[in-house]
Design a protein around this ligand. Structure first.
Ligand SMILES: [Zn+2]
Length: 232
């Protein structure tokens, strides 16, 4: 079996593989993905804060109502004519008035605490919006830069693809199919020589039975890395 043609093909394909690899590990792409994740996290955070603010606002409304109820009770108390009451009734009313005053103080404190909580949530919300906007700007810039990087290698890729298509015709079609199948799974190099009874790709030693199979058939698929092993 002659492997000259497929090896020529692979040599040229290496250039294409390297370009593809560079694009996959492109720094701008990585940055864009990172910023996209930041945007998503900021969005999630703002939703959580919105929910939190909703709960706090509902609490404030509840408290305002309680405040009003206590206030009404005090007003009612103030409007009573004490001169017509027995001392026992007055004592009862005085106790009630003290309790109502205490309730008002507690409610006032709770309202202040709630207002502080709401302010904290609002501040966090503003921070989250800033984070989102900054991530979005960086995402857009990185995405544009990445697209430019992709575009800059497009013509080289086309040129290589055309040359590869010509070379592919010189290779045995079954061998080419086996090559392309592995190549699409990002295995590279696809075709490797036998080296000291080991696979030239993953360097794992082949069992004797596989070596004799390789001797008789001229070719073998590595059981470990699936590369095509040939004997040169
Ligand atoms: Zn291998």
């Amino acid at each position: 079996m002659d492997f000259t043609q497929i090896l020529n093909y692979q040599n040229l394909d290496r250039e294409l593989y390297n370009i593809e690899r560079q694009i996959r590990s492109n720094e701008n792409k990585r940055k864009a993905e990172e910023m996209h994740e930041s945007m998503r996290a900021a969005q999630e955070k703002s939703l959580q804060l919105e929910k939190k603010a909703g709960v706090l606002l509902a609490d404030i409304e509840k408290m305002k109502k309680q405040f009003q109820i206590q206030q009404d009770k005090i007003n009612e108390f103030m409007s009573k004519d004490l001169s017509k009451m027995s001392s026992a009734e007055i004592a009862k009313l005085t106790t009630l008035k003290d309790k109502l005053s205490q309730n008002l103080v507690i409610l006032d404190k709770n309202l202040t605490a709630l207002a502080e909580n709401i302010n904290a949530v609002l501040a966090e919300f503003n921070k989250t919006i800033k984070t989102f906007n900054s991530a979005k700007a960086q995402y857009n810039a990185s995405k544009t830069a990445y697209e430019k990087d992709v575009e800059s290698v497009e013509s080289k890729k086309d040129e290589l693809a055309k040359k590869l298509a010509v070379l592919a015709k010189t290779v045995d079609s079954k061998l080419m199919d086996a090559y392309q199948k592995r190549r699409h799974e990002n295995i590279f190099p696809v075709i490797v020589p036998l080296r000291n009874n080991s696979c030239g790709g993953c360097h794992i030693e082949l069992p004797y039975a596989n070596i004799s199979k390789l001797e008789s058939e001229g070719i073998l698929s590595c059981e470990h890395c699936r590369r095509i092993i040939y004997k040169d």
